[in-house]
Design a protein around this ligand. Structure first.
Ligand code: ADP
Ligand code: MG
Length: 263
């Protein structure tokens, strides 16, 4: 479905990202995990031609990206931006309608689709007339997801979509999006710098470091087994957190009757 063959992005002299070899099958949920500047956003943008590879090849659905103009490709690929990226002067409904309008849908079809999308991302239909500034952060990100899904793409690219949210909202939205991914049969590539988020949501985690892939496997494989030091270091935090939580759960709560007070 998505294939990068020695895909490379250079800005000026050195390679910013790549060469990358990566094949993503239809229906997969892939997390692109890495620190700041590791090349996550650039990799996403190579896939939808916003930052065309300067060497190597990218194919989507078997078609090389240079076979069609980028704007045409991007109609088939939903994109959720890192910095929310809603148009502040457009209402929620108008934000959602941007893609369908470009695709030439008529007003009735757009209105019906907008209602359907608001339901899909669990937003009340009443928010349709509001400006983004009148929404909570979580609601804005739901609109971002709805907008990306508007023209019924088969592929969703998401750039740290829930990164700016509080942990509870973030967890809720992540799980809800994962359910949408299943229900709609999407192929999803989600960028995150959060190891926990990648472990919980993805089928497969691709770890980037300095523009190169340093690990690629299931969450289970990355947590265990023979990983390079950079990956082991990355997985140390969630492992420590899990151990701490397990030990807290096993210990008797303070003041539990029958415990302690022997001497
Ligand atoms: P991440 O999303 O993982 O934080 P990016 O993909 O944004 O990383 O950046 C990867 C590398 O490419 C960084 O070294 C960054 O400075 C460089 N880079 C990204 N965009 C540009 C650009 N437009 N011009 C020059 N260098 C860029
Ligand atoms: Mg980024």
């Amino acid at each position: 479905m998505i294939e990068l063959k020695s895909a490379t992005k250079a800005y000026g002299a050195g390679n910013a990202v790549g060469p990358l070899d990566l094949a993503i099958a239809e229906g997969q949920f892939v997390a692109l995990l890495g620190g700041s500047g590791s090349g996550k956003t650039t990799t996403l943008k190579m896939i939808n031609d916003l930052a065309p590879a300067t060497a190597g090849q990218v194919t989507v659905g078997g078609q090389p990206l240079d076979a069609e103009p980028g704007w045409k490709l991007r109609r088939r690929i939903g994109y959720v931006f890192q910095e929310i990226g809603l148009f502040p002067h457009l209402t929620v409904a108008e934000n959602i309608a941007v893609g369908p309008k470009l695709a030439g849908w008529d007003a009735a079809r757009i209105a019906a689709r907008t209602d359907e999308l608001l339901d899909l991302v669990s937003l009340p239909r009443a928010v349709a007339a509001r400006l983004p500034a009148a929404l909570s952060g979580g609601q804005r990100q739901r609109v971002g997801v709805a907008r990306a899904l508007a023209a019924q793409p088969a592929i969703m690219l998401m750039d740290e979509p829930f990164g700016a949210l509080d942990p509870v909202t973030r967890d809720d939205l992540g799980r809800e999006y994962r359910a949408l991914h299943e229900r709609l049969g999407l192929t999803t590539v989600m960028v995150t710098h959060d190891v926990m988020e990648a472990l919980v949501l993805a089928d497969r985690i691709v770890v980037l470091d300095a523009g190169r892939i340093v690990a690629d496997g299931t969450p289970g494989a990355l947590m265990s087994g023979d990983q390079p030091p950079a990956v082991r270091a990355l997985m140390q935090t969630p492992r420590r957190q899990a151990e701490r939580i397990a030990s807290l759960a096993a210990a008797p709560a303070p003041g539990t009757p029958g415990e302690g007070g022997h001497g």
